[in-house]
Design a protein around this ligand. Structure first.
Ligand SMILES: [Zn+2]
Length: 368
């Protein structure tokens, strides 16, 4: 695939606005492109993920990128050597680069091995896509996830995430009698401070990646009798370092919330809405070594291994499947989810070469 074809595909992908839950149009586009590019077994699963394959043989490599973006349309522009648009960084350039690399390898790998490219849905939502991909039971030997690590870096570790909602209920009465009654918003706020304190106790001197951190991401209150607010719900997002499982943290938060409920004289209930385990990939695998070598060859610099404080589909896949995994892709991750998303043309093109060379190295060693 020529550079201008790879660039055009990325540009067209960016022109299709595809926030989580609205991936249909881009999925159809990708299906068509994969047919055009002579991928085989092109199909869509019931979650809306798109698959295509090249090559044949025993050893199979999964290249998995997400088709969805966070919401927030951005005008798509190509100026000088930068392409702007929602998903330019997170993570359409990774997915487009994976497709381009696989196409490029088609004529070289023959029966040395197989590459399955998957464009999945809902990575920015509740990860419906990757969960369905796991249920599909693909038989793969290793997997690369396409997320912005930067062309010279490999992401090997992500924190976990817990999304929970805490409901606070108090006895309410007339607003004029506020000295007597317990305001549910204030109780919820104080309860939030207990959660903050708990996180502070698990702050690591080694930095945020190793620390338990939290954000309050939503608050809603009710006045069921028109008096002081007597119900309040807060949504909390916790980021879990690898030393904990999500279950450990949920137990800790439950303990803190129960103590708060006693102290605050409020009825409290806690519900977990979503959880993703932290994940640290092994760095001594053939996959990691091949990626590092490819990075050195393409960029002239030693690859750096990086940890991320967010979460990715690699967390869910890597915790379920006991195979080598890595996350790699072009773009500056700091621009993810911002209105400044852009990708450097040269970085995008270099990442195609990195995927290509890394896969060639793996298949060269596994097919002998
Ligand atoms: Zn992403």
């Amino acid at each position: 695939m020529k550079a201008d074809e790879a660039l055009n595909m990325l540009y067209e992908m960016l022109q299709i606005y595809s926030p989580s839950g609205k991936e249909d149009e881009i999925a159809s586009y990708l299906e068509e492109r994969l047919y055009d590019l002579d991928f085989v077994n092109v199909r869509r699963d019931k979650a809306g993920n798109v698959y295509g394959e090249v090559g044949s043989g025993e050893y199979t490599i999964l290249l998995c990128g997400h088709m969805d973006t966070v919401p927030g349309y951005l005008p798509v522009k190509w100026e000088d050597d930068k392409i702007y648009g929602r998903g330019a960084v997170d993570a359409k350039s990774s997915l487009a680069a994976m497709i381009s690399a696989a196409k490029q390898l088609k004529s070289k790998i023959h029966n040395k091995g197989k590459i399955i490219v998957a464009g999945v849905v809902d990575e920015e939502g509740r990860a419906r896509g990757i969960r369905q991909l796991i249920r599909e039971g693909l038989s793969v030997n290793c997997a690369i996830f396409g997320e912005p690590s930067g062309v010279g870096n490999i992401t090997f570790a992500y924190k976990g995430r817990i999304l929970l909602t805490v409901k606070c209920r108090t006895k309410s009465g007339h607003v004029g009698a506020q000295h007597i009654y317990n305001n549910a918003i204030e109780a919820a706020f104080n309860l939030w401070m207990y959660i903050r304190d708990l996180c502070d106790q698990h702050r690591s001197p080694n930095g945020i990646f190793y620390s338990l951190t939290s954000s309050i991401i939503g608050i809603k209150s009710w006045r069921s009798m028109g008096g002081l607010p007597d119900r309040c719900r807060i949504n909390v997002d916790l980021r879990v370092p690898p030393k904990f499982t999500s279950k450990d943290v949920i137990m800790l938060v439950k303990g803190a919330v129960e103590k708060a409920a006693d102290d605050l004289n409020a009825e409290v209930s806690l519900r977990v809405l979503d959880r993703v385990e932290p994940f640290v990939a092994r760095r001594d695998t053939l996959l990691m070594k091949s990626l590092s070598k490819a990075i050195l060859e393409v960029t002239g610099r030693e690859a750096r291994f990086i940890r991320k404080t967010g979460t990715g589909d690699m967390n869910i896949f890597g915790s379920k499947m006991n195979i080598p995994v890595a996350t790699y892709g072009p773009g500056n991750g700091r621009l993810s989810h911002t209105e400044y998303e852009y990708i450097d043309v040269s970085e995008y093109l270099m990442s195609i070469q990195v995927y290509e060379r890394a896969i060639e190295k793996i298949l060269c060693l596994t097919s002998n």
